[in-house]
Design a protein around this ligand. Sequence first.
Ligand code: KG4
Ligand code: ZN
Length: 331
Amino acid sequence: MRVLGIETSCDETGVAVYDTAAGLRAHALYSQVALHAEYGGVVPELASRDHVRKLLPLIRQTLAEAGLTIDDLDGVAYTAGPGLIGALLVGAGVARALAWAREIPAIGVHHMEGHLLAPLLEDDPPQPPFVALLVSGGHTQLVAVEGIGDYRLLGESLDDAAGEAFDKTAKLMGLPYPGGPELAKLAGQGRPDVYTFARPMTDRPGLDFSFSGLKTQVLLAWQKSDRSAQTRADIARGFEEAVVDTLAIKCQRALEQTGHRTLIVAGGVGANRRLREKLDALARRRGLRVCFPRPAFCTDNGAMIAFAGALRLAAGQREAATVAVQPRWDM
Ligand code: KG4
Ligand code: ZN
């Protein structure tokens, strides 16, 4: 089964073709980062308009790279939420229209399920059961995955998501948009242990997170500092270490609690080098397996949506031909 995947939940237009027999055939991404940079954040209306401009050319490009035409497709998967409503409607509308015209099924995919399954696109994919750490700009969740589609929430952030904490902290230190990756880059030049911030909620039982207090700690440190380039890097290093440490402590706890031996990490913050190093070290120490998507599939992309949709369509799942999206949606 060849499935076209469409991702338009936020500021990236992602398209891919996944073949249940041959694997990922092609994928393409158009990032709107430059469009939103001057506003310091994603402007929803501009995002929708740009998806309208870019989606059809990107579908043509992806099909050409796969050596396929629209007639070769057996299904279409699109991100149905959570995300920006206007942006979601662009992908949903195009997917539904395409499926209607070709008389093939279309299916709406949960954006976070897409992220969660992204590590399975790599070679030697892990099989459930496993624990998934989902760390993006909108979510920080630990999920017990007993099977595909069988997800149990173990814990989540009570306030800011990890990616959001990176972005907000970057902004208050005057780093350019998009802040998360910039802050991580800067942290690479910082010295360890010059600044030490709290590891929130690690001193009590449970698997929930809270990251909003951390940015206030950074703000106070930043205001009191000499604001030199080295100090900024040292603070960034301290902040990154606190977030990464906190995530690692809770991952270890989730693995102990479930008894699962495999951890998968997905979502934009999964691209963070220190997080990957720390979780690799944890896995080595404990004889566990940890799996990450390639960095390009940590952040938003069409491949994860094509893959998640293909699994559902191949399992016989079908939906009524209505265009329904959900800006807020529990998995
Ligand atoms: O999964 P994603 O592309 O979009 C959402 O669904 O939110 O994640 C984007 C988030 C942003 O908050 C961004 O700052 C963060 O992931 N991010 C990073 C890194 N790369 C992206 N955070 C820390 N270190 C990185 N290298
Ligand atoms: Zn995402």
